[in-house]
Unconditional design. Structure first.
Ligand code: FAD
Ligand code: THG
Length: 834
């Protein structure tokens, strides 16, 4: 601790992220902050030192769009001796294809959902009015966002450094961190050529050097440094005299995504960035880190490879014909970071406490990410949901050099592509398959990928049954966009689940064993429900953050007094449990040891669900699977078809049935036995598409989708899983403080009035006839049971009353919908408890 009683913080890296973090920490009273950079200040030579600073705020991710909005707000309030750090010149994305033009409407929807102001579709005349260099005949229209603009990142770094220093921070240049010191699993300082700088908290903001700094503590930082071409033209006559005074730009920043290009003005020249070239991965070991004294020798700037730029130059001239009179004058291949899913990386080392990273962050999101990290450090949680950024979101197989290299390059290639929300990656595939995989292939499974797993979306074999599906259960033909990665066959699988029985491969559902005398105390202290129940019971419970926000929802099966199987949502949950177990062991050794183990690999799970589930399973076992003998939310070990299983009577699709867990080597035998026994009952194999639709109908929440840390359990409709008298747990105090206050918003079910128009998620929701979005869709599906499209949406309380008429905007079209009572299907729980 420092003299002031706040932790001593070392920030590695004085780029836009490190500088913002020092500012945000000192603003919160953590004044003992030292920012170290290997390069000279204020231009240490990282990506920030040459970033052109385009800030397009609109993003499919709510979190990233909010971070961008904060960056705009914050940088707009900063200056260096009167020179501004943000120019709100506006952002313009042009469409040169019908597909792009159509997609811009989806983007406007995101802007409305996440509160990005000033977004509207413009016609070709207006495109040219906004950006006179554009060839009117080339464009079909554009998306204009008046609040987008240009960040002058290097100037912002200076302003942030000054402000942070005025509050006590120190910035030290030309000082490389060569080691991280730790004791008893906690960081104690960083090593440099001039000695050790003591620290209680170290945050690596090393940009694309992240993996090298991570190596110092044995932390895998799954990012790939890639080179990206940026060129400046010579003088363009039509630009002369347009900018005046200190302004470097008046024209809106411009994207030409159909050619993977973006543009900004530099006085009377244009800057052109290209993603059209081959991916150019960079090996950190090849960089000349001794460079950095002059901009021309920055380690993050590699020599321009002209031949890679040639097609882009032709495309640039085609869109902006005035460029024909000039040529590229200065250009380089600049280095930045890409990740396996395109997201930033924030989080703490699993092994060395107090060592954090905040990397793979664009200038666009830098202030927002820094604010969230500062909140995380100072307050224990951020008010913006961070699960999309958490380093622990990746599965082990997704952090291998091979995976990171391939997927990050693919993300570079696809960065400006029109991507469907359900579009699976094409490679690498087949990294994880369940023991049922061969059977699934025989049944014509159409697979998607998630967490490295192959997951059936639906089974083509079921197409043979389509004729039998009663008309009321079928779905009318979808419009082309919503029809992608979807099939009418899903109707068969949903119908058979609700009327007969179906087999679902639940193997990828992450499960942990939490065992030992301290296990109950650990789980009880970490989640909201009463878990001290008889062995053989399953409890649905919530992992909250300190502010009472929902981090995740778990099913905790108590298999024996000190043995628990916990069904979780992702690696973030495992990370959380491991940290808490370690802390409990240190602080409360008297509670006894706890062992947390991921048992997902090596085991498998099949969900047997439907009104005939008991008729299918009971004949295969001597154990009692009757309603009285095996209660809803019960768990037991049993033998099914000669295979030892752990059976949980739970169902995310809201039907009678069980999750049957077995050791992986028994998987195929178990599947075959269930399938054969099910055939006379009309059993089918069913995939993710039916699964998602059925769970939505039942009103079950998808953690990270419907509900995040931004929501408390009550507004999410999950108050039933909170037992404030279950002893102390993380988030309990925050919930107690909320007692008596009424929620501002609610998660609601919507049904679509025309009973046809399917939406997909993230669309803005309006009160009927309203001009401004009041909420947004989280999940959506066709409900086969009800014969209408349905959705889940966050709405302010006054628009959340059942019967309220709302509109969902889908590609610019307002679709009338109505707030409906939850759950949409089986409110009386008769299907589950029989
Ligand atoms: P950096 O600025 O790279 O800072 C990291 C710092 O860490 C460096 O100064 C480095 O010297 C220091 N460091 C590393 N290792 C050590 C060590 N061991 N000890 C001490 N110090 C160390 N983003 C946008 O939002 N909009 C754009 O228009 C845009 N255009 C771009 C164009 C190009 C050509 C490139 C290459 C990038 C562009 N980006 C853009 C991305 C953006 O530049 C980066 O994402 C951002 O600058 C990253 O900031 P940072 O602070 O994380 O990293
Ligand atoms: N199965 C198992 N574990 C899981 C999931 C699962 N863990 C992660 C995720 N899915 C958790 N999500 C849910 C959401 C709802 C329910 C189960 C898991 C559920 N809810 C009942 C309800 O809302 O009526 C709970 C009723 C009760 O508490 O008694 O069934 O799919 N193993």
């Amino acid at each position: 601790m420092s003299a002031t009683g706040t932790p001593r913080v070392v920030v590695i890296g004085a780029g836009i992220v490190g500088a913002n973090l020092a500012d945000e920490l000192t603003e919160r009273g953590w004044s003992d902050v030292t920012v170290l950079d290997a390069g000279p200040l204020p231009l240490p030579g990282g990506s920030t030192s040459h970033a052109p600073g385009l800030v397009f705020q609109t993003n499919p991710s709510k979190t990233m769009a909010e971070f961008a909005q904060y960056t705009v707000r914050k940088l707009s309030s900063l200056d260096v001796d009167g020179a501004r750090c943000f120019d709100p010149v506006g952002g313009l994305e042009v469409a040169t294809t019908a597909e792009r033009l159509h997609d811009l409407q989806r983007k406007i929807g995101w802007a409305q959902s996440w509160g990005v102001e000033g977004a509207r579709l413009v016609d070709p005349d207006e495109v040219v009015w906004l950006h006179p260099l554009v060839d009117r005949d080339r464009v079909l229209g554009g998306l204009h966002v008046s609040t987008d603009g240009l960040a002058t990142a290097t100037r912002a770094v200076v302003a942030l450094q000054r402000r942070a220093e005025s509050r006590g921070a120190r910035f030290v240049g030309s000082t490389r961190v060569t080691g991280v010191e730790s004791a008893h699993g906690r960081v104690t300082g960083v090593r440099t050529a001039s000695g050790v700088v003591p620290a209680d908290v170290v945050v690596s903001c090393a940009g694309f050097w992240g993996p090298a700094v991570g190596d110092l503590v044995g932390m895998t930082v799954p990012l790939l440094p890639l080179a990206h071409q940026y060129a400046r033209t010579g003088q363009v006559r039509s630009l002369v005299g347009r900018t005046a005074g200190t302004a470097e730009a008046r024209l809106p920043i411009l994207r030409h995504q159909d050619a993977d290009l973006y543009f900004r003005e530099h006085g009377d020249r244009l800057g052109i960035g290209s993603y059209a070239h081959r991916p150019m991965p960079v090996d950190l070991a090849d960089l000349d880190d001794s460079a950095g004294a002059t901009p021309a020798s920055m380690p993050s700037m590699l020599p321009f490879t002209e031949e890679d730029f040639a097609p882009s130059w032709a495309d640039a001239v085609a869109l902006l014909p005035d460029l024909a009179e000039t040529k590229v004058e200065e250009a380089f291949n600049g280095i930045f970071s890409f990740t396996p899913d395109g997201g930033s990386l924030v989080g703490e080392s699993p092994d060395v406490r107090g060592f954090f990273v905040a990397e793979a962050v664009w200038v666009t999101h830098s202030a927002g990410v820094a604010r969230a990290v500062a909140q995380l450090l100072v307050d224990g949680g951020s008010d913006t949901d961070l699960h999309e950024l958490e380093v622990s979101r990746f599965e082990a197989v997704q952090t291998t050099p091979e995976y990171v290299r391939e997927t990050s390059q693919q993300n570079f290639v696809e960065i400006y592509d029109v991507l469907h929300p359900l579009q699976p990656r094409t490679s690498p595939r087949g990294l994880r398959v369940s023991p049922f995989h061969a059977r699934q292939q025989e049944l014509g499974a159409v697979f998607t990928e998630g967490g490295g797993w192959e997951r059936p979306l639906w089974y083509e074999a079921n197409a043979a049954l389509l004729e039998e599906v009663p008309p009321a259960w079928r779905e009318p033909e979808r419009e082309p966009w919503a029809a992608r990665f979807h099939s009418p066959v899903v109707a068969v699988e949903a119908w058979r689940t609700r009327t007969a029985v179906a087999l679902y491969d639940m193997t990828p559902l992450r499960r942990l064993r939490v065992d030992g005398p301290g296990a109950l105390a650990l789980l009880q202290g970490l989640t909201s429900n009463q878990l001290d129940r008889k062995p053989g019971s399953v409890t649905y419970t919530l992992a909250l953050d300190a502010a009472g926000g929902v981090r995740s929802d778990w099913t905790v099966a108590r298999l024996a007094a000190a043995e628990f199987q916990v069904g979780v949502n992702s690696g973030i949950d495992e990370d959380l449990l491991r940290r808490a177990a370690r802390e409990q062991g240190e602080r409360h050794p008297e509670l006894g040891a706890v062992d947390v183990r991921d048992v997902t690999g090596g085991t498998c799970c099949v969900g047997v669900w439907g009104p005939l589930a008991r008729d299918l399973v009971q004949p295969l076992t001597r154990d009692d699977f009757s309603h009285a003998g095996f209660r809803y939310f019960g768990a037991r070990r049993a033998v099914v078809a000669g295979v030892p299983v752990t059976a949980l009577r739970v169902s995310y699709v809201g039907e009678l049935g069980w999750e049957l867990y077995a050791s992986a080597e028994h998987g195929a035998a178990l599947w075959d036995a269930l399938f054969a026994a099910g055939r006379p009952l009309g059993a089918v194999a069913a995939g993710r598409a039916a699964f998602s639709s059925l769970r939505l109908e039942k009103g079950y929440r998808l953690s990270g989708g419907d509900v995040t840390t931004e929501h408390d359990p009550y507004e999410a409709g999950l108050g039933f899983a909170v037992k404030l008298d279950a002893g102390d747990f993380v988030g309990r105090d925050a919930l107690l403080r909320k007692a008596g206050t009424s929620p501002r918003r609610r998660l609601c079910a919507l049904t679509v009035d025309d009973r046809r128009s399917v939406v997909l998620g993230r669309e803005p929701v309006f009160v009927a006839g309203g001009a401004d979005a009041v909420g947004y869709v989280t999940s959506a599906a066709w409900s086969h049971t009800l014969g209408t499209p349905v959705a889940t949406a966050w709405l302010p309380t006054d628009a959340a009353e059942v019967g309220t008429a709302v509109e969902v905007e889908y590609f610019g079209r307002r679709i009338a919908a109505t707030v409906a009572a939850e759950p949409l299907v089986d409110p009386g729980m008769e299907r589950l408890r029989r």
